[in-house]
Structures are given as structure tokens and as C-alpha cells.
Write a new protein. Structure first.
Length: 367
């Protein structure tokens, strides 16, 4: 029975939006599937891993209503391998899905849609606001690299989203460094914190591809819902207490200078070639008018760079993980960056001149 006839991209694009969260190996085999449903003349696509759920609308359909689940990766790979201009036809007969395009035919297994588990979505919206997609995408890019990866302190494996008054703040930390970004939103909200799981953050970034369009954000009971055009993401939030980021930001670092971001990044990238592969240490020597960067490894090889800077304060020698410095310089697009050092044992503050809505704090390391 013919259930859908459409262009390849009208099915592939919404499918790609939803299938990023699908786990290939799961204790529940049906979670490797995607739920395809036609109702009201529209195809709906839903995928979940029971922690996060994505629902999106796809092609128009005049062939009547249907519901099925089939393997997400195989369906996506087949559609991707077809010519861009291909017309796709789906037939469903005795729980077998047949996809036809020109003279190509693919028979796929299906599993009963009634067995497809979906998340229970909270009905009470505690907080609701919206902002341009490009603003949120920019904020996430400024902080996401500081999220922990598989840390036993599970609340660090994510991103703090905090609303208070007309401020939205995003904070990420792995215990060695912390990144903070904030923006003003058109709302007046009570203070509320949620920790978004790492996977949710990575999927959300992919979704933010219409810069001028708004994204609607709702904080529910232990869940958060993002609405972007025809696509909705619902995610569980991480239960736990995020560290108080205000206590981490050093306010009295007095060795301060401004440097061209690209110049500093280039010097670090060159030096990193000879950094110790395991410890990734870099030594910075600050003196009046100059910043010296040195990396060495266990083979007695050494790289050094010297940059002229507008600085007349005291000297300082301090060590860092070089990756932590390159991450912040790569994630921002400003021409200049301001660096404020304390002493060799205190964390260092990176900011963008005249932009108080971004801060990056990094702990030193012994070299």
C-alpha cells in the first residue's frame, strides 16, 4: 500500500534533525528506530533515547494517515545515498516498509509503533521566554568547550542555564576552567537554574540554523522544552547543584593587558606542536613589554615565542594546559582579548574588552 510519495530532501532533512539523538546500540532495540507518522496531511518524525526527545514536521502527504517505526540510521543512509533530485515512494505491506526511488528498491523491517516509548512531558510551564537563534548559538559556542566529559561529578557533564530578571546566563565548567556568557532577554523572570545534559546542548546547536528566527524556551518540571520552527526538543535536566560560578571569578587580578587574539592563538598553536603529548603544558613568562611562550616535551625539544605587549607591571611565570588557552581563543571572534593574571597559583581571567557578558577563568598547572 502506497503511504507516501515525496522528494528526497522533504523526507531526509527533517529525518536528519531528529536522528542525531538515536543510539545505535541500546538495551531497547526499538530506540534505534524513528517513529514516522502521517496525520492531518503532514508527516511527523519523532526520535528519543528516553532522556531527550525530538519531534519535527516533514513532507506534506495526501495519501492518508499512517504510523510506523523503522531503523533511523538505515533509512537516513539510504536517502542520503540517493540522487538529490530523486522522488521517493514508501509502501507498507505486512509490517515491511519498501522504499522506491527510480529503479532502486529497499525493503526495511519495521517494529510496532504502539511499542515505541515516548517521554512523559510535564504539563506545568514554570518559565517561558524566547530569543533569536543566533544569540543562543553564539552564547553556547562561547562556553560549551568547558563542559566536562564523563566526570563522576555528573552535574559538570552539562551546561548551567540560569534566568534571572531580564538576564539569561550560560555557564560550563570541568573543574579546571569555567566559561560564562550572558545576554539580555525581553522578559522579567524569577531566578531559576537548570543543568542541560551535554548531549542536549550538542543537539540544540545543530538545530539553531535560522539565525534571525526566534527559539522558544520553556522550563518544565525537571525538563526543558525548546521550540524552533517546526521542531521541538524536550530534554530531561541533570539533577544536582552546579558550583557557584561567582565565587570562582577572580576580581583582584592586577597584571592586566590586552593582546590581539589571532596573534596569541597563532603563537600558542605553533608552540603546541612541541608540547608534552600527555600533560600539554605551556609556560608563560610575563615581563614589561613582553609575553614569552615556551613548550617542551620529554624528547628535550622546545618551542618558544615572544610577543610584544602593552604591559608595564610586575613579572610573572605561570603554567597552563595549552589546550585550555587555545579553546577560548578559538571560540570567540573578537579582535582582542584581555587577560588578567594574579600570581602563579591563582586562576587567570580572560575577557573581551568592552564586553562584560563573557568571562573565562582557567586554573594554572605546575610545570
Amino acid at each position: 500500500m502506497l503511504i507516501l510519495q515525496t522528494e528526497r530532501d522533504a523526507l531526509l532533512k527533517p529525518l536528519q534533525t531528529a536522528t542525531g539523538i538515536v543510539e545505535r546500540k541500546h538495551t531497547l532495540p526499538i530506540l534505534a528506530n524513528v517513529l514516522l507518522e502521517s496525520k492531518g496531511g503532514k508527516v511527523h518524525i519523532l526520535a528519543t533515547d528516553l532522556e531527550i526527545q525530538i519531534h519535527t514536521q516533514g513532507a506534506d502527504n495526501d495519501k492518508g494517515d499512517f504510523q510506523l517505526t523503522t531503523n533511523a540510521k538505515k533509512l537516513q543512509d539510504i536517502l542520503r545515498a540517493l540522487p538529490e533530485s530523486a522522488n521517493v515512494q514508501l509502501d507498507l505491506e505486512d509490517h515491511k516498509l519498501t522504499l522506491k526511488a527510480g529503479k532502486s528498491r529497499f525493503n526495511l523491517q519495521t517494529l510496532p509503533p504502539a511499542d515505541f516509548p515516548t517521554m512523559n512531558i510535564g504539563e506545568t510551564t514554570h518559565t517561558q521566554f524566547s530569543l533569536p537563534q543566533e544569540t543562543l548559538k553564539h552564547m553556547i559556542s562561547q562556553v560549551q568547550y568547558s563542559m566536562a566529559v564523563q566526570d563522576i561529578r555528573y552535574y559538570l557533564n552539562g551546561l548551567l542555564m540560569q534566568v534571572e530578571g531580564n538576564q539569561l546566563r550560560l555557564v560550563a565548567t570541568d573543574g579546571h576552567r569555567l566559561a560564562y556568557a550572558s545576554t539580555t532577554i525581553e522578559a522579567e523572570l524569577a531566578k531559576q537554574d537548570v543543568i542541560l545534559p551535554r548531549k542536549t546542548v550538542l543537539e540544540l546547536v545543530k538545530l539553531l540554523n535560522q539565525p534571525k528566527e526566534a527559539i522558544q524556551i520553556e522550563l518544565l518540571d525537571n525538563q526543558v522544552r525548546f521550540q524552533c520552527g517546526d521542531t521541538t526538543i524536550v530534554s530531561k535536566v541533570i539533577d544536582g547543584k552546579f558550583p557557584d560560578y561567582n565565587r570562582v571569578i577572580p576580581l583582584d587580578n592586577d597584571k592586566i593587558f590586552v593582546i590581539n587574539r589571532a596573534t596569541l592563538l597563532g603563537a600558542l598553536e605553533r608552540s603546541a606542536i612541541l608540547a608534552n603529548e600527555k600533560f600539554r603544558g605551556v609556560r608563560l613568562q610575563l615581563a614589561a613589554g613582553s609575553l614569552k611562550i615556551t613548550c617542551s616535551n620529554s624528547e628535550q625539544e622546545e618551542a618558544s615565542e615572544e610577543l610584544e605587549i602593552a604591559y608595564a607591571g610586575e613579572s610573572l611565570e605561570i603554567g597552563f594546559n595549552i589546550q585550555f588557552l587555545m579553546d577560548v581563543l578559538r571560540s570567540t571572534s573578537s579582535d582582542d582579548i584581555q587577560i588578567a593574571f594574579g600570581d602563579a597559583n591563582r586562576s587567570t581571567l580572560f575577557t573581551i574588552p568592552n564586553h562584560p557578558d563573557f568571562k573565562y577563568i582557567v586554573m594554572p598547572m605546575r610545570i
